[in-house]
Each structure stands twice: as structure tokens, then as C-alpha cells.
Design a protein. Structure first.
Length: 344
């Protein structure tokens, strides 16, 4: 058998008939369809039964890679096709256009184009149009891949299965792994599907947060190296505001703890104390701070927020020709050195 099409579903009654109708109308006929359903409560499975689908599997907990691996375990095809139940192939050559890219033995997977529908939201239309263009691409470093519409060699998946624990972008995690082992990824625009909600779920914030966390972890070494190189070239200034005289712990002023914490930080270039008394300014200088300013007394009123203190201190710094790129804001109420970063 040439291909096994794994279609994941969850309440897809609006789309599944159109999806399967287009699948079974393909010019390439050597394939099987495997449905992996995540406890649909609508008529999705009833509609599936109207088509010659021989394998229907069920998953209770939906994790993208885990559900695909469930279908792959029952697949008999040489190639695995991943297709979302709400994606509809746009033409009868969709499957053949995915297959034609595997003449090169170094190609691990191919993903196809995704096109919006007329009623797709403007944000999702924009994203689909920007990401899925008309030009075929061969990717050797770029790990972008999308399992709403893809085909992968089963022999490669046997060696590099999908991560069954990540909550999002299992496709990109997999793609990075195979690229690291010398394979290629292909984007094939002629293998196109309609995908109404696009790749970013119309701006779903929680999904976006999860994706960013996974991507940062996936490229951790690159991001960390870039961030460290950037900090090396920036003027990082710590500001410690203090009101009245510093309290002490074990005979050591809390202000001393804060100054010491800041001076031990690798990337902080200078430490500034913003005080409201001459006595505290003098004490701060004796404790080793780089600069200590006496601020306007009005900024110590109970109703005045710290943002005004920071703004005043920043103005005093600039008057002294000190121009921070990053401010590290410390409060002596956190002697352990808790910091809030603000980029200027």
C-alpha cells in the first residue's frame, strides 16, 4: 500500500464529509484512511461511516503527537499522510503532488499549502497567505512543518516518532529532529487544502503562549547565545529606590543586600540608589553603589507610585550623561535579589 491517511477529528461534522469526499476523489487510489477521533459528540462519526473508511480509532486525551502515533501504529502504507478533519484538499492531484517529492531519499517529509475560505477571519487569512506562498521550498535548516496537511516516510517515523507529550507543534519538534540528522523538508504548494481557521487559531493567546515556550526550548542554545551577545553590548543599570532609612536583617541593612546582589550580577554595569534623605545617600555611597541621588521629597508621598520615582531617577541619570539600554529594578523589600526587568 502506498499511503495511509491519518485524519484527526473532534466534532468535525461541518467539515468531515467535504474532507472525505475530496480524499476519495483523488487520482492516486492506493491508500487507506484511518480516523483518530477525540470523543466527538456531534455527527462526525456518523458521517465518516458514509465513506469506505475501514479503520476508526478513538483517543480520550488529545495530545497531537500521541494521537498521530496511535494511527501510525495501525498504518500499512509506505507513507503517512497527516490531515486535519477540517482540511479539504482543493484538487484531485493533492495526494499525487505530495508523493512526487520523495524521489530524493534525503527527503523525510513534505507539507502542503493551506488556503483560507471566504469566511476565514482576516487575521487567519493574513497568516495563511504570508506563510503558505506559491513557491516550492527545500528546507535544510528551517524546521517549519505543519501536520494539518503533510506526508512523511513511515520508515523515518519508525526511527523518529512524534513526541507524544508536547501539547503543541509536534510537527516542528519532529522536523527539527530529522533536520538535525541530515534530512530535508519540502514545502509543496501544489498539494493544497482549504483550512478555515489557519495556523494560529485566530490569535488564541493560550495556544500562542504554549507554542512560544516549546519553540524557545527547541532553539534554546540559539536564543540563549543571542541574548547573551546582545547584553554584552548594552548598558545595564540597576535602580534601587529607598524611602527613609533602610531596615536591617542580622545587623546588615537591606539596602546593602540589594546593592550586593546587583553588583554580583554578571551583566549589570552600574548600580544606582534613589533616596529621599542625605543620610541614606551617604550610606549608599559607603555601601559601594556607583551613583546615589537625592530625589524630590514630593516623590515619597504615600500616594506616589514607584513609576514616578523611576522616571525621575532616569532623568537624573541622563542629565549626568548616563543612558541605560536596560533598567533592572530592585526593591529592598526583596533582600534575596528579586528583579523586575524593563527594557528602555
Amino acid at each position: 500500500m502506498k499511503a495511509s491517511l491519518i485524519i484527526r477529528t473532534k466534532n468535525e461534522e461541518r467539515w468531515i464529509s467535504a474532507c472525505l469526499k475530496s480524499v476519495f476523489a483523488q487520482n492516486e487510489k492506493d491508500f487507506e484512511v484511518i480516523i483518530v477521533d477525540n470523543e466527538s459528540t456531534d455527527s462526525t462519526l456518523f458521517k465518516v461511516e458514509q465513506f469506505p473508511v475501514e479503520k476508526i480509532m478513538h483517543c480520550r486525551e488529545y495530545i497531537p503527537g500521541k494521537s498521530l502515533n496511535l494511527g501510525i501504529a495501525k498504518a500499512e502504507g509506505e507513507f503517512i499522510v497527516c490531515l486535519s478533519g477540517h482540511c479539504i484538499p482543493t484538487n484531485e492531484s493533492w495526494l499525487k503532488n505530495l508523493l512526487k517529492n520523495f524521489k530524493d531519499p534525503k527527503v523525510a517529509g513534505v507539507y502542503g499549502r493551506q488556503e483560507p475560505l471566504s469566511f476565514t477571519s482576516p487575521a487567519d487569512k493574513r497568516d495563511l497567505m504570508l506563510v503558505f506562498g506559491p513557491e516550492r521550498r527545500v528546507q535544510k535548516k528551517d524546521s517549519f512543518f505543519h501536520n494539518a496537511n503533510s506526508m512523511i516516510k513511515k520508515s523515518v517515523l519508525d526511527r523518529f516518532p512524534f513526541d507524544d507529550k508536547v501539547t503543541n507543534i509536534e510537527d516542528r519538534v519532529w522536523a527539527q529532529e530529522v533536520l538535525n540528522h541530515g534530512y530535508k523538508i519540502i514545502y509543496e504548494p501544489s498539494a493544497s487544502v482549504y483550512h478555515y481557521h489557519g495556523i494560529h487559531q485566530d490569535g488564541n493567546i493560550q495556544r500562542c503562549t504554549n507554542v512560544v515556550k516549546i519553540m524557545e526550548n527547541l532553539n534554546k542554545n540559539t536564543y540563549d547565545a543571542n541574548h547573551m551577545a546582545m547584553l554584552e553590548d548594552m548598558n545595564v543599570v540597576a535602580i534601587i529606590p529607598i524611602k527613609g532609612k533602610s531596615s536591617s536583617i542580622g545587623g546588615v541593612p537591606l539596602l546593602q543586600y540589594a546593592i550586593n546582589s546587583a553588583k554580583m550580577a554578571k551583566h549589570i554595569n552600574s548600580v544606582v540608589v534613589s533616596a529621599d534623605s542625605d543620610q541614606t545617600v551617604t550610606a549608599a555611597k559607603e555601601m559601594g553603589t556607583d551613583f546615589a541621588f537625592l530625589r524630590d521629597p514630593s516623590l515619597s508621598k504615600d500616594y506616589v507610585g514607584l513609576e514616578k520615582v523611576y522616571k525621575y531617577t532616569l532623568q537624573k541619570l541622563e542629565e549626568s550623561n548616563i543612558f541605560p539600554d536596560i533598567l533592572v529594578l530592585l526593591e529592598i523589600t526583596y533582600p534575596s535579589g528579586t528583579m523586575v526587568f524593563s527594557i528602555i
